[in-house]
Design a protein around this ligand. Structure first.
Ligand code: LAC
Length: 231
């Protein structure tokens, strides 16, 4: 893509959810009640295994809903840290996945982005039920015209099929859409499938060196709004 195309204002912004709009590591607050000495370790391992299982199931062509993947990843994280929780506690921890907090820049950022007149959609590995629940509990539902789930194609990010599904759902070509994600694997997958991406790098994290870093790197959604308005 040449610079003019890369810098053109997109017609659609497609937002990743977990790690971009809401913080999945916040599950540790509930875990803290049950396993205070290792709550953060469990939540990090949980997230890591959740993604690993989604990648592996896609490569094996053995899709399962993200809810199932999330439950199996928690099972692993608890066993790996020698944490024994009862069925009610496990259910309470899993339920917290429907009740995650937005990052502090998300609401002001979405407000600023809403003023730009672009279509805004959600695009996530989450099942439609999970996405509707987490968007409602975090108060974000109203910002988005559509909720696009990979569930429709029964593969997870970063399969190119899911990015093509996004394009077909919004009825646009790749260069008219901008993926907004904090997850480097998502940014790389999107760009590989011909959909430009902006990387929301809140913490100054590292990009994966298996692809060139994106030119659009922002610290917050507010900075993305400034970038898109050329400020
Ligand atoms: C999602 C994962 C990648 O929301 O965070 O799709």
């Amino acid at each position: 893509m040449n610079d003019a195309a890369a810098n053109a204002r997109p017609a659609v912004l497609a937002f990743d959810v977990y790690g971009t709009l809401v913080d999945p590591l916040r599950v540790w607050t509930r875990l803290q009640e049950y396993a205070p000495d290792r709550a953060l370790k469990i939540s990090e391992l949980w997230r890591q295994k959740q993604l690993e299982y989604s990648f592996r199931l896609t490569v094996m062509e053995q899709y399962q809903e993200f809810e199932w993947v999330t439950a199996r990843a928690l099972e692993y994280a608890l066993a790996a840290t020698d944490t024994a929780l009862g069925a009610t506690q496990v259910a309470a921890v899993l339920a917290q996945y429907d009740d995650l907090e937005p990052f502090p820049d998300v609401v002001p950022g979405l407000q600023a982005l809403s003023g730009l007149g672009l279509q805004m959609v959600v695009f996530s590995n989450g099942s439609p039920r999970m996405l509707n629940a987490v968007l409602a509990s975090s108060g974000l539902t109203g910002y988005f015209a559509e909720v696009v789930s990979v569930h429709d194609v029964r593969e997870f990010k970063p399969s190119p099929r899911v990015y093509r599904h996004l394009l077909s759902r919004v009825g646009r070509s790749g260069r008219e859409v901008l993926l907004v994600s904090s997850n480097p694997f998502d940014v790389i997958g999107s760009q590989a499938a011909g959909v430009p991406a902006a990387w929301v790098n809140r913490s100054g994290g590292q990009f994966d060196p298996i692809a060139a870093p994106p030119r659009r790197v922002v610290r917050s959604l507010g900075k993305l709004a400034e970038y898109l308005t050329g400020r």
